[in-house]
Design a protein around this ligand. Structure first.
Ligand code: 48H
Ligand code: FE2
Length: 256
């Protein structure tokens, strides 16, 4: 009976996938462009990487381009990465312009192709911690959270957790809510008005490990560091993801 077999396949395969994802090298919270760049580099280097994305569609702020004009801009110094991901783009006025739907889908395709597992509709509601080190995340179905159902979550162990939640820096916020001190340059999470050039520099400088086991990248790094937003230019998001991947690659032998 086809109907029953289809159900069995889905349940068995998903369970298998989730079981393999309960103890990983890297758990990334949020499935935006920085997450997809980071996960691509990490997975390609043999790391076991998972992404939790609360929405049905991973990709974060990429799909809508600038003000729903579905084109976005990156700097020429990330051309090598677009090439590596086999993207189509146009060089214009000293920048690169790229169709935002193509950009999002190429990132998603390449990241998952090299082995990243993306769990969509999953919300990270807490972190797991021991001996002053963040060593995992606490997850629940996003619809459970949206419906405010009283359902307890489950945990996922990870050697490193990356906050890739964009503007709100949700994971760092959770950690602060737990009264753990994080050295925030401005004393609180805060973003400054638009300045594309400065913002693109700032995001890279502030991409780092901020507590043992917890790293920030992308717009979350800007909010945590207290810097300017940059609008619809996405090279910094890619470079931030690549930088965080390289930080982890250099440190993964850390005993947890
Ligand atoms: C699961 C979660 C949770 C949670 C949030 O915002 P993003 O696209 O992230 P980045 O940093 O890779 O890219 C930022 C870019 O899109 C952007 O906004 C830019 C460049 N703005 C400039 C400007 O001036 O505005 O993606 C974050 C993702 C989203 O898909 C959220 O749904 C998801 O994280 N998310 N997923 N559990 N607790 N919190
Ligand atoms: Fe944004």
């Amino acid at each position: 009976m086809w109907d029953l077999e289809i159900s069995k396949i889905i349940v068995e395969e998903f369970t298998e996938k989730l079981k393999k994802s309960l103890d990983v090298d890297v758990a990334i919270v949020g499935g935006g462009p920085s997450a997809l760049a980071a996960s691509y580099v990490l997975s390609k280097n043999g790391f076991n990487v998972i992404i939790f994305e609360e929405k049905n569609e991973p990709g974060g702020g990429t799909w809508g381009g600038g003000m729903l004009f579905n084109e976005l801009v990156v700097e020429e110094d990330v051309e090598w990465f677009l090439e590596e991901l086999d993207m189509k783009y146009k060089k214009t006025k000293g920048f690169i312009s790229i169709d935002s739907v193509h950009f999002a889908s190429a990132l998603l395709y390449n990241s998952t192709k090299v082995g990243t597992k993306i769990f969509n509709n999953v919300f990270v509601e807490d972190v797991l911690m021991s001996k002053e080190r963040i060593n995992g995340v606490v997850i629940n179905w996003a619809p459970v959270i949206r419906q405010r159902l009283h359902v307890d979550p489950i945990t996922v162990k990870a050697k490193y957790v990356i906050d890739g939640t964009g503007h709100p820096a949700s994971v760092v916020n959770m950690v602060i809510d737990r009264n753990l001190s994080i050295d925030l340059p401005l004393g609180k999470i805060r973003e400054f008005p638009m300045n594309a050039k400065e913002g693109e520099k700032f995001v890279l400088e502030n991409t780092k490990e901020i507590l043992p086991g917890l790293l920030v990248m992308g717009m979350a790094a800007v909010s945590v560091g207290g810097g300017p937003r940059m609008g619809p230019i996405f090279g910094g998001m890619l470079k931030s993801g690549i930088k965080i991947a390289n930080i982890i690659i250099e440190n993964i032998d850390v005993e947890v």
